[in-house]
Each structure stands twice: as C-alpha cells, then as structure tokens.
Design a binder for this molecule. Structure first.
Ligand SMILES: [Zn+2]
Length: 143
C-alpha cells in the first residue's frame, strides 16, 4: 500500500489516518550486491559480462528478513509512503483511507497500550522503534 503525503492543488485528494510508528523506509531494506545475468562466468572477473554485455553485478534492495510478507512485518502492517522516504508500521486495522469529505474514524483498539508495547518489543531489536515517532498519523495524498 503506497500513499502520498502532501497537498497538491487542482487535483482530487484523499486522506488517510493510521496508528503506528514512522520509520525510514531504507531501514526495511538492505542493499546487496548480486549477479545480474545467469551466464557462466567461472574464472571471469570483469565489470561487464563478456557473453551478454550486462554489468556482472548490480545492487539490489532486499527486504529485511522480517519484512518478507509484503505489506507486513511481524503482526503489523507496513504502509510505504510515496514521495516521502518513510513508512508507517501500523497497529492492525487502524488504517482508514477516504476521498470523501467529512469525518473519518479509526477505531482505537481497547488494548492499545498493550499493542504498542508488543510492537515496541518486536521493533526495537530491529532498530525500527523510535518512541517519538509513534502516534496517530494523518496524511493527504493525490488521487
Ligand atoms: Zn551475461
């Protein structure tokens, strides 16, 4: 789920609201050097493959092991924000998006404090927890 933050005039907008912690999206990925083609390069050390001409190695963005199930990390939802380098790791079912005028409600789970602690203990060892980044997030996106 990609959402855009920021207001764009003369276009339709929609908004979202979610409860969770914002993290830098880069933290959900690791950069890995991987082979670019499948040619047999046994004994060949070159920047470009002599067989197909492609670069032999490229840098690939690989999700961290905990973020393999796209859109989820552990029991939590991940909302990557377009045009922003952040993602919001959310308490499940607290996300609401709408392009309608009027008011929108996110049901705050009764055990919110417990869920926050659960989230913290899962994300902290992964370097994905920052206390001040936890809250109710509101954003506006185009379209
Ligand atoms: Zn090749």
């Amino acid at each position: 789920m990609k959402v855009r933050m920021g207001y764009v005039s003369n276009s339709s907008t929609s908004s979202f609201i979610v409860v969770g912690v914002a993290v830098n999206t880069d933290k959900l990925f690791t950069q890995k050097e991987v082979r670019n083609c499948e040619c047999d390069l046994e004994g060949i050390e070159s920047q470009y493959c002599p067989k197909c001409g492609k670069k032999t190695m490229i840098t690939k963005s690989i999700p961290i092991p905990e973020y393999t199930n796209y859109g989820k990390i552990g029991d939590f939802e991940v909302h990557e924000i377009d045009y922003d380098d952040s993602s919001i790791i959310a308490i499940p079912d607290t996300y609401d998006r709408s392009s309608d005028y009027g008011k929108h409600k996110v049901d705050v789970p009764e055990n919110m404090a417990e869920l926050k602690e659960k989230m913290k203990s899962f994300l902290e060892p992964l370097g994905l927890w920052e206390e001040k980044e936890f809250g109710i997030w509101y954003g506006v996106q185009e379209g």
